[in-house]
Design a protein around this ligand. Structure first.
Ligand SMILES: C[S@@+](CC[C@H](N)C(=O)[O-])C[C@H]1O[C@@H](n2cnc3c(N)ncnc32)[C@H](O)[C@@H]1O
Length: 252
């Protein structure tokens, strides 16, 4: 199908995937934080089955792979990200136990009680935290683990500008304690919750975007959609700088 026949939505998505495929991470995080979250998980063997949902190009997946010995399936809606994921896995000689597949987190291709660990960094918001933790529960074996990162409020009150921004972007944003309560109600036993340090946003997420944005704008000079996409990302980075004491990503 040619671009002329595509809906605006499809074209937007293609541009968004292209933009993010030029940077190592597609959301806030860092190798140190992935390793820290992994340190709370103690049931893994080389027989373990792990799923990384909304894996993107696999920045965090390759870190998990280097610190575990089981089989990892990365799942993402974007074929562009999954191609890069599998290239990354091959480059690191992990292709025998780390595979990326295109799929959606609301239709996971697993059996009930098949998985030892479900991982998801900065991605569960796509179907909503509460729905995600509920629907994924059945895929976990008894005693298995779920590790997700989720954007959360640090305070009960915050300035209107940031409150409106996030309620518009992600109405399910909530305080850490409310997220933990949702997990308990679903049947999970919370074992650790920690806030991602600031450098997960600045150094690992927003900084690499600065040069990516320049190149992207040069390639799509005059393209309104591309310009708006970059403008949105810059605005989000400015808001983070201004309001970081009120929200952030939390590993739960
Ligand atoms: C903010 S990015 C995070 C990517 C990666 N986990 C990271 O931290 O770098 C969110 C990811 O979710 C993926 N995604 C969006 N909707 C999805 C869905 N329904 N099923 C699977 N993946 C989805 C996007 O393609 C994107 O890769």
């Amino acid at each position: 199908m040619s671009d002329e026949n595509k809906s605006i939505h499809e074209f937007d998505l293609k541009l968004i995937y292209e933009y993010y495929s030029t940077i190592e991470r597609q959301g806030p995080g860092s190798p140190e934080v992935t390793i820290k979250a992994l340190s709370f998980i103690d049931n893994l063997t080389n027989e373990s089955k792990i799923a990384d949902i909304g894996c993107g190009t696999g920045g965090q997946t390759m870190v998990i792979a280097n610190h575990t010995s089981g089989h990892i399936t990365g799942i993402d809606l974007s074929p562009i990200f999954i191609d890069l994921f599998n290239i990354n896995s091959q480059k690191l000689n992990l292709q025998n136990r780390v595979n990326g597949i295109v799929g959606s987190m609301d239709k996971l291709p697993f059996q009930n009680e098949e998985l030892d660990l479900i991982w998801s960094e900065g991605a569960i918001y796509n179907i909503g935290f509460e729905r995600g933790i509920n629907e994924w529960y059945k895929f976990l074996k008894k005693g298995a683990f779920l590790a997700v990162s989720e954007v959360s409020w640090f305070t009960e009150e915050r300035p209107v500008e940031i409150d409106e921004f996030w309620n518009n972007e992600y109405p399910e944003i909530d305080t850490i304690s409310n997220k933990v309560t949702q997990m308990e109600k679903t049947g999970y036993i919370p074992i650790a919750t920690f806030v991602l340090p600031e450098n997960c946003w600045t150094e690992h997420f927003y900084a690499p975007q600065v040069s990516a944005q320049e190149k992207f704008l040069q390639k799509y000079v005059g393209n309104k959609t591309a310009e708006e996409l970059v403008e949105n990302q810059r605005h989000e980075a400015e808001l983070y700088d201004k309001y970081k004491e009120f929200y952030g990503y939390v590993f739960i």
